[in-house]
Design a protein around this ligand. Structure first.
Ligand code: AHG
Ligand code: MN
Ligand code: MN
Length: 339
């Protein structure tokens, strides 16, 4: 592929179609639908800052309400885009209690289901800080001639056929993988297209950043506290945006580790396995990184029992995740006395 000219997301997806194990236009179409939804959400996210400025003057338009509306707006846009084309047979979203089966369009029965977090880090919107969208695509396991069912969504991360995120940051970027490396596309607002900007992304072996809500330090297990002390002793820089897409995006490019361990408030962790942890783990692993739980299991190997299941996570540069693992193993082997 030539580096000298612009390659759009659509063009790239079509060229890569032959790489898929079950080559069909369906997955290609799905990724394109998500790209279209991302552009629509991007337009609204960009306007939200303006709406919030106006909202401060008019107390009846509460900022919190706008943020909530944008969560739902993003959710609805993704659902609409995916429903219209009929390229998938079902959707599960962080914003919906249950999955949504999709009727076939023009007698076309689809083999895929899509899971997503429509707006990640949405508490950042009213202060004009980056947010994201996270998605994952599975091949259905249910009978192709019947509506999709829960089993289609409760698949391990290792069964993902594609995953990606959109970062609505200083520029808007779409990063995705179909299991053959990771590529990133920057939205060129002048032509309204995502253009290939980051080819074959590789996460650095290690880096200088750690990302964790250190405000919860006293609520973490002792092993995790010792590891965080170590990061601080090593003068790693602490960066925590409160939108895991943004935090993991930094780590993907500059190296580091992102942690959301169990706390007293969230004994199983806070982040959602289906909508957040698995898709981002697939991307990070494809870029050469690692992703494990606080119990040191590989995230993508975890059993998925509920749509909204939570998980703990340590994700990022391979050498740093391994180091964290060694810390936890060493400190949890010590006698409990004095912990
Ligand atoms: P969402 O906005 O989709 O609910 O996700 C927010 C998540 C994640 O993106 C972020 O890293 C984390 O929640 C922040 O949680 P804390 O405020 O507890 O640190
Ligand atoms: Mn989220
Ligand atoms: Mn969300």
């Amino acid at each position: 592929m030539s580096n000298n000219r612009t390659v759009t997301l659509d063009e790239f997806i079509i060229r890569r179609q032959k790489d898929f194990s079950f080559a069909s236009g369906e997955l290609t179409g799905l990724l394109r639908d998500i790209g279209v939804a991302a552009k629509i959400v991007n337009r609204e996210v960009n306007k939200a800052g303006l709406l919030n400025i106006l909202g401060v003057a008019d107390k009846s338009n509460a900022t919190g309400d706008e943020v909530q509306k944008l969560d739902l707006y993003a959710n609805q846009k993704l659902i609409d885009c995916l429903k219209n084309s009929g390229e998938c047979c079902g959707i599960a979203s962080e914003e919906n209690e249950d999955f949504i089966p999709i009727n076939s369009v023009a007698d076309k029965s689809s083999k895929y289901v899509v899971v997503f977090d429509p707006l990640d880090g949405s508490s950042n919107i009213d202060v004009n800080v980056s947010v994201g969208t996270i998605f994952g695509i599975y091949r259905r396991v249910s009978d192709a001639n019947s509506p999709c069912n829960l089993d289609d969504f409760l698949q391990k991360g290792t069964k993902l056929v594609a995953a990606g995120y959109v970062l609505y940051g200083t520029s808007t970027l779409l990063v995705y993988t179909t299991g053959r490396g990771v590529n990133g596309f920057t939205l060129d607002p002048t032509i309204g297209e995502f253009c290939l900007s980051h080819q074959d992304i590789q996460i650095p072996e290690r880096g200088n950043y750690y990302s964790v809500n250190q405000g919860y330090y006293l609520k973490f297990d002792v092993e995790m506290r010792r590891y965080i002390d170590y990061c601080s002793d090593m003068n790693y820089r602490l960066r925590y945006i409160g939108s895991m897409v943004s935090d993991i995006h930094r780590i993907l490019f500059q190296g580091g580790i992102f942690l959301y361990p169990n706390t007293r408030k969230y004994p199983q962790g806070k982040l959602r396995l289906v909508y957040e942890c698995n898709p981002l783990s697939f991307i990070v692993e494809q870029a050469g990184g690692r992703s494990i739980s606080s119990q040191l299991e590989r995230i993508m190997d975890l059993d998925v029992k509920h749509l909204h299941q939570r998980a703990t996570i340590a994700i990022g540069s391979p050498a740093m995740v391994d180091e964290m693992k060694a810390f936890v193993e060493r400190y949890s082997a010590l006698p409990t006395f004095g912990k």
